[in-house]
Design a protein around this ligand. Structure first.
Ligand code: PRP
Ligand code: URA
Length: 227
């Protein structure tokens, strides 16, 4: 197949039929527009980071639609007003490095969220995740975690991170990613069917090196200018 052939998602994967309730693929025009610029190989790291930040906030808006709230009354200058406040402590869990760029846009929406970093890199030969950073305390301090990683490729990194958070004792976990391969979605559904996936798009497939096609290349390198 010609390298520049136009790749789109595989049309009717069985996977999508069986997992409709937990996979959210954005169809928002703002997300699609920004995603197209993000993919473009001519987008420079500054713009790339800006787009990651903006897309992440848009995904988080949808992903947090079912957060629990408790009643709260405030005094306006005129009268009492019945309102609500967020009930559960929330943790943002970026997978280093590339997940870091997703934090800021989401943190702006929920500034009291805690941020817990998990450091994983993919071994280039085996494509297996290797953990290098985890400073979670013994007891969980949050009850909802949003795992942040722009790329869900084989799914190894996401599965390993959710394993860690479940062992930590987190009650509710969601994964927020920008690009996914069907292989990664499948891996998450098999290992953690209870974890909803909030994605900008599910691409066509993984290539022989485990890269998402058409994808955007290496999300860490493109953010940090290290490619
Ligand atoms: C990338 C990406 C994910 C992982 C996805 O990280 O940010 O964490 O690969 O691949 P997987 O689904 O097959 O596990 P990478 O290992 O390149 O590290 P980096 O973010 O530090 O560049
Ligand atoms: N990690 C990336 O940064 N890009 C891919 O396509 C796959 C894994």
């Amino acid at each position: 197949m010609n390298k520049k052939e136009l790749y789109t998602r595989k049309p009717d994967s069985d996977l999508r039929e069986t997992t409709m309730n937990t996979i959210f693929e954005s169809s928002h025009p703002l997300v699609s527009h920004k995603l197209t610029r993000l993919r473009d190989k001519d987008t420079d790291p500054k713009k790339f980071r800006e787009l990651i930040r903006e897309i992440s906030a848009l995904l988080a808006y949808e992903a947090t639609a079912d957060l629990e709230v408790a009643p709260k009354t405030v005094e306006t200058p005129l009268a009492e007003a019945a309102g609500v406040e967020l009930k559960q402590p929330i943790g943002l869990v970026p997978i280093l490095r590339a997940g870091l760029g997703m934090v800021e846009g989401i943190w702006g929406l929920m500034p009291s969220a805690e941020v817990w970093h998990i450091g994983l890199y993919r071994d280039e030969q085996t494509l297996q995740p290797v953990q290098y950073y985890n400073k979670l305390p013994l007891e969980p301090t949050v009850s909802v975690c949003l795992v942040l990683d722009p790329m869900l490729a084989t799914g190894g990194s996401a599965v390993a991170t959710v394993d860690i958070l479940k062992k930590w004792g987190v009650q509710k976990i969601k994964f927020l990613g920008i690009l996914a391969a069907p292989e990664g979605v499948d891996a998450m559904q098999k290992a953690h069917p209870d974890v909803p996936l909030h994605l900008a798009v599910i691409d066509s497939h993984l290539n022989d090196h485990g890269y998402i096609v058409p994808g955007l290349g290496d999300a860490g390198d493109r953010q940090f200018g290290t490619g």
